[in-house]
Design a protein around this ligand. Structure first.
Ligand SMILES: Nc1ncnc2c1ncn2[C@@H]1O[C@H](COP(=O)(O)OP(=O)(O)OP(=O)(O)O)[C@@H](O)[C@H]1O
Ligand SMILES: [Mg+2]
Length: 880
């Protein structure tokens, strides 16, 4: 199965696949390695990538771009409201406060969620990959910005689900880049040595991300990250656009902001200008025709002018760079290199700022555009069971602290930070509670660190089916909280510790580790789980409450894609063992754990036995994501639309074929085909072509595929014979030529034979007569057919076809060749004579060869050496 990485950028997306020979970037159907992140709806069809991008100016209302800014967000979110100021298509608030992208699709007004639009785009990346690899694509790794919060990450997982993909990891852009950087490096320090610290700066279309990573052989650890969610290439485009718009208003009195199409065109021009200014410091002219009100405009800009206009934006570049440094108090001399990626790091002023913050020359070791997708493909290879790849451990971090809130058994509020900023990811912690009834834990982003998301709520997790124990006390409830490899938080499992009756001795209790499904995660996670356990032990000193008893019940299957991921991660048996080991090693509860085990051992030593068993408890999760039934519905809808797209593509292909045929024939009827059709027929055919053209733009504009196929067949009934006559008129002389040459050669053979040529003396008379008969027959046939053909005009169907001539030629060859090429029998063995040198071999007497004969002669001599006769092959013989 294919091992794929998708970098879904705000502007441009890339696909990389892992293959035996390394990582390869996949080009789309336009042979372009970059696919624009755009989805367009035009009439009955959806299009994505390049085709959709070309509609940004012509069909802006139904062309959705920048959907990455909306995914996992609500309509009233201030960031969304800000975004809407620059969105050319309609966005509405859905019933549940979500975002709806309103477009015309299949002649209806339809509203799609950002998750659906993202899925539509992922479908495109998926099919592009499938076409290139000629295999199914299911498993993949998808990149997201490091600053994405829980809900945004869940939404990306949901989109993958809707597109029929299995996202093995939602991977931070900068972490993917770090993996692409590190995995092939042969000279990394050993695990015992000081790590190599590398800074990665990714400035793309919409945001700026920085990560400082530590590398040792076989592993990378993200030490710190920082970002500006709203600082990217498009912000630079905007300042250029504003300047051009102002200029056009002053000089030409046109307000391009008042007309969507004009605005889109000037925006495209602004981006082009920005890129040109990266390469040239001189003034770059801008000339646009008929921008608005039929006015042509002229303007221009110089790099220094742009830098002055963008000064406020440029000032913001250093903020995340410094923040990443400050978080870990790293010295600049401990930074090995600064790697830049993302299109906007090509801006000279941006480069200067990065250089001045890190006081280092910048490195471009990595492919600036493709590094993210390559890292994702590598991660997919690491996680995929079908692919073997060098071991490389990736430890990411959580950018935002997460706290849990609960109400104690006494009714008092409790809370604690369960994951601090920059804690390792993925990671699992174990918390212990004493409860006699169901209780809830609510997860929030802690407000110590600003989170670029208006709602700090992550989820509410209710641990259910708890009852007091036999003594009427609250049993011990162990709860696992986890940030999985997608960076998604959950309360992933809970169990109650139940005291078992002393006799009869039950079977050794086993934790139901596999209940949540077999894991697919890579080895690095196993290691981290080990680490997580130790930290988790501290967490086990959590608040306790009075006595009760515990119940047991199977944990329900949890929701959607994001949770599926965490389930998988949780359930590696290896991980579970590690976790449990660590859990039972420290602290008060750990001690109790020990006691549990100790008691078991004591039992073995014959003392009073107290045995415990763990029983899983169901958890009800309320999180910001679609439920499985909702997802299933959307998946089915997407698959239906994929089928519609195919139908529509086939339909429009069939229609195009008719259109193309009409134009081609009309041109040829008065051009290359003119001499092959009578005037009367030409007029008749032309009329039919005109009629068909009218039909295509009238009644036949919107019909099913078969209507076009039938129409084309009708046209071809008239057109094909003419085309065939032209083809025959070209082919036929060539075929007659070939036949003629063969006849000459065999005739020449007969002449040589009749002249008593020694080399044919072994051929029997009957065979010679056969050749003669065949030759005569074919010559007559040729003469008859050629004469007949010459009698009829070109406008009539030919009396003989080139294919028939070639059949006659084949008959001739198969009759004559076995005779003319019959090998001469070996001469009787004679006592060895001294042979004259080769070039002095005497030629047969009376031979006065023509150039043709000479060739035959030479071949004959060579052939005699090999004791075979000359093969008079038509294509090897020269003819006078
Ligand atoms: N030579 C250049 N000079 C200036 N800007 C450039 C140049 N080449 C590309 N860009 C800009 O880089 C941006 C695209 O970069 P990139 O492809 O890394 O973004 P993305 O991955 O789609 O977005 P994001 O990472 O924000 O999701 C665009 O704004 C583009 O105009
Ligand atoms: Mg990017």
């Amino acid at each position: 199965m294919a091992v794929v990485g998708f970098d879904v950028g705000n502007l441009s997306s890339y696909i990389a696949v892992a293959k035996g020979g390394g990582i390869e970037t996949i080009a789309n159907e336009h042979s372009d390695r970059m696919t624009p992140s755009v989805v367009s709806f035009s009439g009955p069809q959806r299009s994505q990538g390049q085709e959709a991008k070309s509609q940004m100016v012509t069909n802006p209302k139904n062309t959705v771009s920048q959907f990455k800014r909306f995914i996992g967000r609500k309509y009233k979110d201030p960031a969304v409201q800000e975004e809407l100021k620059r969105t050319p298509y309609n966005v509405v608030e859905t019933e549940n406060g979500g975002i709806g992208m309103q477009v015309q699709y299949q002649n209806e007004q339809e509203v799609f969620s950002p998750e659906q639009v993202t899925a539509t785009f992922l479908t495109k990346l998926k099919t592009t990959t499938e076409t290139a690899l000629n295999t199914k694509v299911i498993d993949c790794v998808i990149s997201v910005p490091q600053y994405f919060t829980d809900t945004e990450r869940r939404a990306v997982c949901n989109s993958a689900y809707i597109a029929g993909l299995n996202c093995l990891r939602v991977m931070n852009d900068t972490t993917a880049v770090a993996l692409a950087y590190g995995i092939y490096k042969q000279d990394l320090p050993t695990p015992e040595e000081k790590p190599r610290n590398v800074v990665f700066v990714d400035m793309g279309h919409s945001s700026l991300q920085v990560a400082i990573c530590a590398f040792n052989k076989g592993k990378l650890k993200v030490l710190s990250t920082a970002s500006d969610r709203s600082l990217g290439g498009r912000d630079f485009d905007r300042v250029i656009f504003e300047q051009l718009a102002k200029d056009f208003l002053d000089k030409y009195k046109i307000d391009v902001n008042s007309k969507l199409r004009a605005r889109q065109r000037v925006l495209v021009e602004a981006e082009k200008l920005k890129k040109q200014m990266s390469a040239n410091a001189t003034r770059i002219p801008v000339n646009m025709e008929s921008v608005m009100d039929d006015k042509d405009v002229r303007s221009g800009m110089q790099r220094s002018e742009f830098e002055a206009l963008a000064a406020d934006l440029l000032k913001r570049v250093e903020v995340p760079l410094k923040a990443a440094l400050d978080q870990i108090k790293i010295k600049l001399e401990d930074i090995f290199s600064v790697e830049i990626i993302g299109g906007s790091t090509r801006i000279p002023a941006v480069k200067e700022i990065i250089k001045s913050v890190f006081k280092k020359e910048l490195s471009t070791t990595l492919n600036q555009d493709e590094a993210v997708s390559r890292g994702c493909a590598l991660q997919c290879a690491i996680l995929s069971p079908t692919f073997r790849v060098r071991e490389f451990t990736v430890t990411d971090l959580t950018p935002y602290p997460i706290k849990l809130k609960w109400t104690s058994a006494k009714g008092e509020p409790g809370e604690m930070v369960v994951f601090k900023k920059n804690d390792e990811v993925p990671f699992t912690r174990m918390l212990t509670f004493y409860r006699s009834e169901a209780f809830s834990l609510e997860a929030f982003y802690s407000d110590e660190v600003p989170v670029p998301y208006p709602d700090s709520f992550i989820g509410k997790f209710t641990v259910k089916n708890i009852t007091p124990n036999e003594e009427g006390e609250s049993p011990k409830i162990k709860v696992k909280v986890n940030i999985n490899r997608h960076g998604i938080f959950s309360v992933s499992s809970a169990h109650v510790v139940v005291k078992l009756p002393p006799e009869p001795e039950p079977e050794e209790p086993k934790e139901e580790a596999g209940k949540e499904g077999k894991g697919v995660n890579g080895k690095e996670e196993v290691n981290k789980e080990g680490g997580g356990g130790e930290e988790g032990a501290k967490m086990e000193t959590e608040p306790t409450t009075p006595n009760d008893t515990a119940g047991t019940e199977e944990q329900p299957k949890q929701g959607a894609a994001g949770q599926e991921g965490e389930e998988k991660m949780e359930t590696s048996e290896e991980q579970q063992e590690k976790q449990d080991e660590t859990d039972t090693s420290k602290t008060k509860d750990e001690e109790e754990g020990k006691k549990e085990n100790g008691d078991k051992e004591d039992g073995k030593k014959g003392k009073a036995k107290v045995k415990y068993s763990n029983r899983d408890l169901p958890i009800e999760s309320v999180v910001n994501e679609l439920t499985l039934p909702q997802l299933q519905l959307l998946y089915e809808k997407e698959m239906h639309m994929v089928a519609q797209d195919k139908l529509e593509r086939d339909r429009s292909h069939a229609k195009n074929n008719v259109e193309e045929y009409v134009y081609e024939m009309r041109e040829k009827m008065y051009g290359s085909l003119e001499i092959y059709i009578t005037e009367e027929d030409r007029e008749k055919f032309s009329a039919l072509l005109n009629e068909t053209e009218d039909w295509l733009y009238g009644d036949g504009e919107d019909l099913q595929k078969n209507a076009y196929i039938t129409k084309l067949e009708d046209l071809k009934k008239l057109g094909d014979p003419v085309v065939k006559r032209e083809q025959e008129a070209t082919e036929r002389p060539r075929a007659f030529d070939e036949l003629g040459q063969a006849l000459i050669l065999y005739r020449k053979f007969l002449t040589q034979y009749n002249d008593g040529d020694e080399k044919f003396s072994h051929i029997e008379k009957a065979d010679i007569e056969k050749v003669e008969r065949c030759l005569k027959e074919k010559e007559e046939w040729r003469d008859k057919k050629q004469n007949a053909q010459n009698q009829i005009p070109l406008t009539k169907d030919p009396v003989v076809l080139a294919s028939q001539v070639r059949t006659e030629l084949q008959n001739l060859i198969s009759t004559c060749d076995p005779i003319t090429k019959k090998p001469k029998p070996k001469p009787k063995e004679e006592p060895p004579k001294e042979e004259p040198p080769k070039d002095e071999t005497p030629k047969p007497e009376g031979d006065n060869p023509t150039p043709t004969d000479e060739k035959m002669e030479t071949e004959s001599t060579e052939a005699n050496k090999e004791e075979t006769n000359p093969p008079p092959q038509a294509d090897e013989m020269e003819v006078d």
